[in-house]
Design a protein around this ligand. Structure first.
Ligand code: PHB
Length: 387
């Protein structure tokens, strides 16, 4: 009686091993949920290029698995986020989701990822809640929390001795949370935010708000805009004659990936961000050269974040030899990885958000030139995360 039972057990073990082997041989399905239309379209494109470039550098494989891509255009439209992410989770049955740019869309994605247990790597959207109250073992970010660049820019503005600031942004999570970070640091440094101006995302009717800034005459204006909206804002600020009289600062998205279109209007603007064009390390130089040769365009912060999303996934997959079933080991390896990023090496906070240096940058020609460090190793406070 014992022999058949043992044989059964052995067969079952073989079957399990065979299934696991088959699963680690099949292509790994990566769902890219990014905007390819709207004001953030160029940002989504750069993230995808960066991600794919790292995969190509690894011979098209991560952890021994070839990569198969599935794509959804999220249009930066929060109301469609759940339906869109479920196309990847339920229809395409992807192993990992990479996305997105817009904080409101990313919050919907994080909810769906938490419910389904699908691995999510956020390559831009800074919504504080993703590595705060909505944090989860299967949710990681390769970019920043909105609080971080806002806070870093506030440190720089206060350091310049400005006392009275006005802020201007789109009235959604990214804008509001970035302004909150700015205000926290600026007021801690002795300044006062007199007034916050907002308009709905992705509107670009800035004129009435610029008129109000001209009337109030603050020492400095802090702005969060990005993509197409940032191009228009910087040009309008200049055209209104404000650039000459009231210094404009912003988190670095205001001038990243936008400089050719902004032209003279952006020259001299000072921002803070976790990347700059001329970080002179062998790692960044190699990244920039390879990107320029591959895509015939210079990389920006978004390309770098996409590249690092792939590096984070690679760190996890290598540790489990491509076996996505070993979730605990996969997440543990991602969590403890030190990522050799073009921005400089970084690690993740307990809530899975990069702890990283924020640079002071000044626009010179078509480059955001690093002139100093705003805050070293800035960690998001991760408020409200229980994991
Ligand atoms: C966001 O919505 O979180 C967001 C969008 C564009 C950026 C940065 C943050 O450049």
């Amino acid at each position: 009686m014992r022999r058949p039972a043992l044989a059964c057990l052995a067969l079952a073990a073989l079957a399990v091993a065979a299934t696991s082997h088959a699963q680690t041989q099949a292509p790994l399905k990566v769902g890219l949920m990014l905007p390819s239309t709207g004001t953030f379209a160029a940002l989504g494109d750069m993230i995808e290029r960066g991600f794919k470039m790292h995969v190509e550098e690894q011979g098209g494989k991560l952890g021994g698995r070839t990569i198969q891509y599935f794509k959804v255009d999220d249009e930066s439209e929060p109301s469609k986020a759940t339906d869109n992410v479920n196309k990847l989770i339920k229809r395409d049955n992807v192993d990992v989701i990479v996305g997105t740019v817009h904080s409101g869309v990313a919050l919907g994605m994080a909810r769906a990822a938490k419910e389904s247990g699908t691995l999510l790597i956020v390559p831009n959207a800074g919504a504080d809640a993703i590595t705060g109250p909505q944090c989860a073992p299967n949710i990681f970010r390769s970019s920043f929390s909105n609080w971080q660049p806002g806070y870093a820019t506030g440190v720089v503005a206060a350091g310049k001795g400005y006392k009275r600031a006005m802020t201007i942004t789109w009235g959604y999570a990214a804008g509001l949370e970035t302004v909150k970070g700015f205000t926290e640091a600026f007021e801690k440094g002795g300044g006062k935010v007199m007034k916050d101006l907002t308009l709905p995302f992705p509107n670009v009717e800035f004129q009435p708000l610029l008129t109000e800034i001209a009337a109030q005459k603050p020492d400095v204006v802090f702005a969060f805009f990005a993509g197409g909206g940032a191009v228009k804002f910087v040009k309008d600020y200049d055209a209104a004659g404000l650039k000459r009289s009231i210094p404009l600062m912003g988190s670095g998205f205001l001038t990243d990936g936008t400089l050719e279109a902004q032209g003279a209007s952006a020259q001299g603007l000072i921002t803070a961000l976790h990347y700059g064009d001329n970080i002179e390390t062998p790692r960044n130089t190699a990244f920039r050269n390879k990107f320029a040769v591959t895509y015939k365009v210079n990389p920006d912060v978004y390309a770098m974040q996409g590249y690092d999303a792939a590096q984070m996934l690679a760190a996890g997959l290598t540790a489990v030899k491509g076996d996505m079933g070993k979730k605990d080991a996969l997440y543990a390896a991602m969590k403890k990885a030190q990522i050799d990023s073009p921005r400089g090496k970084f690690t993740l906070s307990a809530q899975h958000n990069p702890t990283q240096d924020f640079y002071i940058r000044e626009v010179k020609g078509n480059y955001n030139v690093v002139t100093g460090v705003a805050v070293k190793a800035l960690a998001d406070p991760g408020r409200g995360c229980k994991m």
